[in-house]
Each structure stands twice: as structure tokens, then as C-alpha cells.
Design a protein around this ligand. Structure first.
Ligand SMILES: N[C@@H](CCC[C@H](N)C(=O)O)C(=O)O
Length: 269
């Protein structure tokens, strides 16, 4: 049996997108992990499953490369919108997201952020007790949930941070029982910041849409940048707009690379 898929990316954060509306398909964590494998599978940072939705144009499920199912993915939201015509309401585990075509590609209303440590009880207890949350040179993290959980560190030079070593330490630290996405950012000026992200369940990626939202919002809240801010990731730029009490607007490109068919038997399915 074969499975049709689309290979897409948002600034190099790459996806295998399966449209389950064409032919219903049961994807679980093990199958997602096998398809995401860059040597024995198709290869991607996240596998995206599109399904019918009673409340929206489509529903979207997100699996990280390690097979974990999560609730939000900014770059994939733009890709799904692009695939189904640009203008779309997309149902996710984190809520309904509205996307539209714009000059810079696809623009998505990513919903309102939730600030603080309340969702992460052990880290919250440590934070409230004044206990330091630090991993070598990375200290004083900001916690924010933009549909998925992130910590953000502002540093002198994000390119100098050994994120391939510190990222997994922080992601798997027992203070984050649900694991966490790790952002290291450097302010360039009031309209621009640089960002690298160690993604939960996927590792270092070329870009992370929710990471850009999380970091842009914290930088605005701190008065370090103005809205909209350009977030430069290794794979390219996203524009992030936000004001207190409002939802986040993320704008950037979405690229369809090719469509193909995979042998399900190759994945042990
Ligand atoms: N690449 C994504 C985020 C994907 C999910 C994340 N790794 C998590 O586990 O929450 C993006 O563009 O936002």
C-alpha cells in the first residue's frame, strides 16, 4: 500500500504533510517517527496530518520527528494554509487559527500568548522560591505558551551558544515534565532580533514559527523591541506582530517542494 504525501517547508523547517481527507490514514507516533527518519524514511522535522473538521476548513495534527504529538506548529500552519488555497481556518489542539495570503507569504493569527510558569509547577515553585533556573551560561529564562511551551533566553550572541549541547539538557530537565522548546535570542535593534531554537522532539531546526512568536512577544513585553519585529532565524525571516491583550500575528513564506508516494511497508506499517 502506498501513502501520498507533500514535502513542504517554512524557512527550512521541513514537513511531510499527509492529507487524510484524500484517503483516511491512521498515523500514530511510531509511523510518524519512521516517516520522519532522514535515512530510512522520507525525512522531516514534523509530520503533519490534515483531517476533516466540523468547525473549520480543516483540522491539523502535528507529530514531532521523535513521534510525540503536540499542539502547535507555526511554520506548518502556514504550509497547510498554502496547500489548501491560502485563506483558511485551521483547527489545532491549541485552538482555531485563521490564515490569509499576504505580501510576505501567509499571515496567521496565532492566538493570545499565556505568560509565566503556572503551567510548569516544579519550575514555578523554583522560580517563586528564588531558586536559580540556569544551565551553564543560559540563565533567567522567560516562560511562555503560544499553543506550545517555550523558554526564552536573551544572550549577547545567540550564535555563540552551544545549543546542540544545552538544548537537550534543558528540554529533558525534570523541571519540565512535558519537555520544552528552547529559544536563544539576541536583540539587534528595536525592529529586529536574531533567534536560534532547539525544538522539543526535533532538535535544532532551521526555523521555528512558535519560537519566533514566543520570543517576539517576550521581547515586546520587556520593551526591548517594537511591533512588528523581524525575527531572523538560520533559515530566514519571520515578521511577528503583537500588542497586549491581543493575539499574535505571524507572517512568512510557505513552500511546497514536491508531492510523492511512499511505500507504507517501508515503515513497518
Ligand atoms: N516547528 C514548529 C514547532 C513544532 C512543535 C514543537 N517542536 C513542540 O514540541 O512544541 C513551529 O514552527 O512552531
Amino acid at each position: 500500500m502506498t501513502l501520498r504525501f507533500h514535502k513542504m517547508h517554512g524557512l527550512g523547517n521541513d514537513f511531510v504533510v499527509v492529507d487524510g481527507r484524500e484517503a483516511p490514514v491512521a498515523i500514530d507516533g511510531a509511523l510518524a517517527r519512521a516517516m520522519a527518519d532522514r535515512h530510512r524514511g522520507i525525512g522531516c522535522d514534523q509530520l503533519i496530518l490534515i483531517e476533516e473538521s466540523p468547525h473549520a476548513d480543516v483540522a491539523m495534527r502535528i507529530f514531532n520527528a521523535d513521534g510525540s504529538e503536540v499542539s502547535a506548529c507555526g511554520n506548518a500552519t502556514r504550509c497547510v494554509a498554502q496547500l489548501i488555497g491560502g485563506e483558511a481556518t485551521i483547527s489545532t489542539a491549541a485552538g482555531l487559527l485563521h490564515a490569509s495570503r499576504t505580501e510576505g507569504g501567509i499571515s496567521v493569527d496565532m492566538g493570545e500568548p499565556r505568560f509565566g510558569w503556572e503551567d510548569i509547577p516544579l519550575a514555578f515553585a523554583m522560580h517563586s522560591a528564588g531558586l536559580p533556573l540556569a544551565w551553564e551560561t543560559l540563565e533567567k529564562p522567560w516562560a511562555i505558551n503560544v499553543g506550545n511551551p517555550h523558554v526564552v533566553f536573551f544572550v549577547e550572541d545567540c550564535d555563540a551558544v552551544p545549543l546542540e549541547r544545552l538544548g537537550p539538557l534543558i528540554e529533558h530537565d525534570p523541571v519540565f515534565p512535558e519537555r520544552i522548546n528552547v529559544n536563544v535570542a539576541t536583540i539587534v535593534d528595536r525592529g529586529h532580533l536574531r533567534l536560534r531554537v532547539w525544538e522539543r522532539g526535533a532538535g535544532l531546526t532551521r526555523a521555528c514559527g512558535t519560537g519566533a512568536c514566543a520570543t517576539g512577544v517576550i521581547a515586546m513585553l520587556q520593551g526591548l523591541v517594537d511591533s512588528p519585529v523581524t525575527v531572523s532565524l538560520p533559515g530566514g525571516d519571520l515578521s511577528i506582530g503583537w500588542a497586549k491583550g491581543e493575539s499574535i500575528r505571524m507572517t512568512g513564506p510557505a513552500t511546497h517542494v514536491f508531492s510523492g508516494e511512499a511505500e507504507l511497508a517501508a515503515f513497518g506499517a
